[in-house]
Ligand binder design. Structure first.
Ligand code: 6PG
Length: 276
């Protein structure tokens, strides 16, 4: 008899990096979509059962686009209760709605127009308005305010991360990282470290009040920064100071009473050695 085939190939399974919260690792971006989508659908049903609605905030960027498509065409996920879902946008570029860089344009073309989500439950950021931030904050307060005190928060926020460790439009060393005492939920963010154009973004205050924060990171291009983030987290002993968050804004995600979940594919995992 010849040698047994190596069925499990354990050598190729990367050790998940130590990060705050739960780290979920899957071999490919496609496998990762299944992991995120299954959790999302479960959360959605649980929230609709408990609160009567599901408050979902989605990010832009390229990573989650295939997930959004799968949510629409894969029969496994078509059961997401869109009719009871409120759809929010985590951050927006200050561009018109018909601009290719507009996050809402992408999200709406894939989900808004192809699900049975009622129009008045879709909440774009009117990013071109001078008071885009206060207006979006007011809409959030109005809609979430229908819930009982304590339940008036976002249920599921899908985030990405840039190679500079920004998340949402919270860029390293940018003004919106800092609580200016105004306790704002949404802010305009601009300045030298903000990749143009200027942005409107949910703040840590709002994000960290959420029931579930999911950060999806794929590809070898994010591996080095994840490595540095894991190192900073390990070195902090779990007590992050403002200077670390200024450098690695994604480490500012720390849900007060909710869950933080990282979804990584093998390529993004530090310690993997696939060709980039
Ligand atoms: C955006 C995002 C931003 C994004 C990261 C990662 O609007 O661009 O909200 O935070 O998630 O920049 O982007 P990629 O997925 O394209 O790498």
């Amino acid at each position: 008899m010849g040698p047994m085939p190596d069925l499990y190939e354990l050598d190729h399974v990367p050790t998940p990096p130590a990060l705050p919260g739960t780290v979920i690792v899957r071999p490919t971006p496609d496998d990762l979509i299944d992991a995120v989508a299954a959790d999302l659908v479960m959360q959605a049903h649980a929230c609709v059962r408990t609160f009567g609605s599901f408050q979902l905030a989605l990010s832009g960027g390229s990573t989650p686009v295939p997930l959004y498509r799968r949510l629409m065409y894969d029969p496994m996920y078509r059961g997401l209760p869109w009719g009871r879902t409120h759809l929010w946008v985590v951050d927006e570029r200050r561009v018109p709605f018909d601009d290719e860089r507009c996050n809402f344009k992408t999200i709406n073309e894939i989900i808004g127009e192809h699900s049975d989500i009622p129009r008045d439950q879709v909440h774009p950021i009117f990013a071109m308005l001078p008071d885009a931030d206060t207006q979006y904050e007011q809409t959030l307060r109005d809609v979430l305010g229908w819930r009982e005190k304590g339940h008036d928060r976002l249920d599921y926020v899908l985030l990405g991360m840039g190679a500079d460790a920004h998340t949402a439009s919270l860029f390293p060393h940018s003004p919106a990282l800092r609580d200016d005492g105004s306790e704002r939920l949404v802010r305009i963010n601009a300045g030298p470290s903000v990749t143009p154009p200027d942005r409107v973004t949910m703040t840590f205050r709002l994000l960290n009040a959420s029931r579930c924060l999911a950060i999806m990171v794929t590809g070898a291009g994010k591996r080095a920064v994840l490595d540095r983030i894991a190192e900073a987290w390990a070195g902090s002993g779990g007590r992050l100071d403002a200077a670390i968050i200024e450098q690695f804004p994604v480490l500012g995600l720390c849900p007060l009473g909710g869950e933080l979940r990282w979804y990584l594919d093998h390529a993004a995992c530090p310690g993997t050695s696939e060709p980039t």
